[in-house]
Design a protein around this ligand. Structure first.
Ligand SMILES: [Zn+2]
Ligand SMILES: [Zn+2]
Length: 348
């Protein structure tokens, strides 16, 4: 496997492919990609705010002259940390799964701009949201620019002479998840179908679709896997994600059959095997998704109207872990592979 350092900025993957990495990969710190061939370019995802996206586009232009006029943008899914910079590519061909466009309409940047002003009145949920996201990004004045070309299933694009396959695998993480696969370069940009070194967030489900997406990628000839969050990896990272999802589904089933509520299950299920992963507070979102699936309930966590309750549960767990880490002393507490320590001096 080629190895890439996990540092902020543009990483040359070879063959005209680049990845933009944004450590530490936790809440909102997402990756993006650039595919160039024969003077044509395709951008995979924008970032969470305009300033961060502008910084990335400038670096891409410096490294790849053709990126001064990016022709196409693919949004891998509708979360803001992959779409809120779209405004800077307005007028270009912007492609996404239909479910991605729906998610984007449902969750415009104005909502987060509002939270950024009102978080103090939102209790522990607001405090947690502000600490992990609101304090680090600027949502004021972002105008949502939706995809102008949507599809379902698969879509094949040409970037110069390069074949790029867009493969819809959702609903899974969200309602419209797309993999950007470049077969000839044995590379895939997974969007948030892969979190590497952090717990995923199963906003939509079903989890079984997500497991299938991992299985599908594992059948491909792959050398380089660029996740939506965390360091660049290979098939090993995909296997780990699949194993986590399979485990979580089995454990959730056991807990459900034992009569536990989803939050009791979330507190009961051991995550020791992934103790070095960040964002373990997402276990509430994830077990809730497993429970919905086990109950054959096709709704997303948003539709259930429990977004705030989930945010509050995550906040409580986050602060409890932070307090435990502080008690056990800096450095010996909870850390993870992308260097995110939920300690008292945590800078983000
Ligand atoms: Zn993301
Ligand atoms: Zn996402």
């Amino acid at each position: 496997m080629k190895s890439f350092r996990y540092t902020k900025g543009l990483h040359d993957l070879g063959n005209g492919l680049h990845a933009w990495l944004l450590p530490d990969g936790s809440w909102g710190w997402s990756n993006a990609g650039l595919i160039e061939d024969s003077g044509q370019t395709l951008l995979v995802d924008t970032l969470f705010d305009l300033q961060r996206t502008r910084e990335m586009l400038d670096a891409m232009r410096d490294a790849v002259p053709a990126a001064s006029d990016i022709g196409m943008l693919v949004n891998t899914h509708g979360n803001g940390d992959h779409t809120f910079g779209n405004q800077l590519l307005e007028g270009k061909r912007i492609i996404a799964a239909a479910g991605c466009a729906e998610d984007m309409k449902h969750r415009p940047p104005e909502q987060l701009a509002q939270w950024q002003r009102d978080w103090r009145s939102m209790g522990i949920a607001g405090q947690f949201w502000y600490e992990v996201m609101g304090a680090h990004f600027d949502f004021q004045g972002i105008r949502m620019v939706l995809p102008n070309e949507t599809f379902a299933g698969e879509k094949h694009l040409h970037v110069g002479n390069k074949d790029v396959h867009l493969i819809e695998v959702g609903p899974a993480h969200t309602r419209g998840d797309v993999l950007v696969y470049v077969p000839q370069d044995k590379t895939v940009f997974t969007g948030d179908i892969l979190f590497n070194g952090g717990h995923p967030a199963i906003w939509a489900g079903p989890v079984s679709n997500w497991i299938r997406a991992c299985e599908r990628m594992l059948e491909w000839d792959l050398e380089t896997v660029v996740p939506g969050h965390g360091p660049i990896t290979d098939k090993g990272g995909i296997r780990e994600m699949r194993d986590y999802l399979v485990y979580l589904m089995a454990e959730s089933k056991r807990c459900l059959e034992a009569g536990m509520s989803f939050d009791q299950a979330a507190e009961k299920i051991s995550l020791d095997r992934w103790a070095n992963w960040g964002e373990s507070e997402r276990i509430y979102v994830n077990v809730h998704a497993c429970y919905r699936e086990l109950a054959a309930d096709p709704s997303s966590s948003e539709e259930k109207g429990i977004r705030m309750a989930l945010l509050e549960m995550m906040g409580k767990r986050y602060y409890a872990m932070k307090a435990a880490a502080a008690k056990s002393g800096a450095g010996s507490g909870h850390g993870n592979t992308h260097g995110h320590v939920h300690g008292p001096n945590c800078g983000h």
